[in-house]
Ligand binder design. Structure first.
Ligand code: PMV
Length: 325
């Protein structure tokens, strides 16, 4: 049986950075994100006894580094379902990959959702979130609806994401400024292991729960100014950890800083707009729907910006009827 799922990428307002268990991908801290409506992975999976080996086609090609992690995830699914059939997986992203737009989040959420169903499993949202987490940590947040919280937990069974608010709760808009499609040199799986090498990481962890509580309060109040101040400061703190790790992780390009400065300038001129950045060069510019058209136009007009992707808050991974093969 073929099964197809579509899953969104997500943008973390409080970042997942550092692991307490590398194999299980248990995060060093609770973190919160929003699913993105226009950064999507679609994946079709079929298990069949006539297949000799797993075949993974990613954006039309076989890619070594994608395949090994995808096969590890297929193995987890086979073990859960107690089957041995090999699989064919066709997966497509509608956005650039490995540039800091969290393609592994949407990718592993879609693969887990479609793969589990194709293997005959009927997993709950919690079980799917745990499965997705084992593929790529932040993927667990792309399973539930809207704005989601991944509680750190202390075991595989207690570390998963839940929806804090459905996707239509608040009209937040994330205008993504793509400044380059160059791929990053150190991926996040490697990066998480370096978090402890920053002298500031312990301080971050000592303050993070307070920050999580404050963010939840601002979300509850729909206080955009307090929300924006918090997420921008969090992004800068996160990059301070990256920059002061050994080896140092410096993901920003000159174009990245250009967009950050521009956001600050627009804000000083009265526009309610804030930025956040993951492990990559692209910038997520957050605003409210009433300002979104203006913000998108402003971002587009920056010379260094190659592409603008406008996102609202989205539902999590879901099964769809149209297959890719
Ligand atoms: O899920 P991973 O291993 O790709 O890590 C994601 C890390 C960040 O995107 C930088 C932060 C986050 O919480 O999404």
């Amino acid at each position: 049986m073929k099964v197809t799922a579509v899953a969104p990428s997500n943008i973390a307002f409080i970042k997942y950075w550092g692991v307490i268990d590398d194999m299980l991908r248990l995060p060093a801290n609770t973190n919160i994100s929003m699913n993105l409506s226009n950064l999507l992975t679609t994946t079709t999976v079929e298990f069949n006894s006539s297949f000799k080996e797993d075949e993974i086609l990613f954006n039309g090609k076989k890619e070594e580094n994608v395949s090994s992690r995808a096969i590890a995830q297929l193995n987890r699914i086979r073990k859960l379902a107690n089957i041995s059939e090999k699989a064919k997986v066709v997966t497509e992203n509608n956005f650039p990959t490995s540039t800091g737009l969290s393609s592994s989040a949407s990718g592993f959420a879609a693969l887990s959702d479609a793969g589990a169903k194709a293997a005959g499993l009927n997993l709950s949202e919690k079980e799917l979130s745990i499965l997705a987490r084992l593929g790529s940590g932040s993927a667990c947040r792309s399973i539930p609806d809207g704005i989601t919280e991944w509680k750190e937990g202390n075991s595989s069974e207690t570390s998963y994401a839940v929806s804090l608010y459905p996707h239509d709760y608040w009209d937040l808009v994330d205008v993504v400024a793509v400044v380059s499609v160059s791929k990053k040199d150190i991926n996040t799986s490697e990066g998480h292991k370096l978090a402890n090498t920053s002298p500031f990481f312990a301080t971050r962890l000592s303050l993070i729960n307070k920050k999580v509580e404050l963010l939840k309060k601002y979300l509850q109040e729909k206080n955009f100014t307090a929300f924006g101040e918090l997420i921008e400061a969090e992004a800068l703190e996160f990059h301070a950890i990256l920059i002061t790790s050994t080896p140092s992780l410096l993901y920003w390009f000159p174009q990245t800083i250009r967009v950050m400065k521009q956001v600050k300038k627009w804000r000083s001129e009265g526009l309610a707009v804030y930025f956040t950045i993951n492990t990559g060069q692209d910038v997520h510019v957050l605003c409210q729907k009433k300002d979104a058209e203006k913000v998108a136009k402003f971002v587009e007009e920056i010379d260094e910006v190659q592409q603008v992707i406008i996102n609202t808050s989205a539902q999590g991974a879901r099964l769809v009827a149209a297959h890719l093969f």
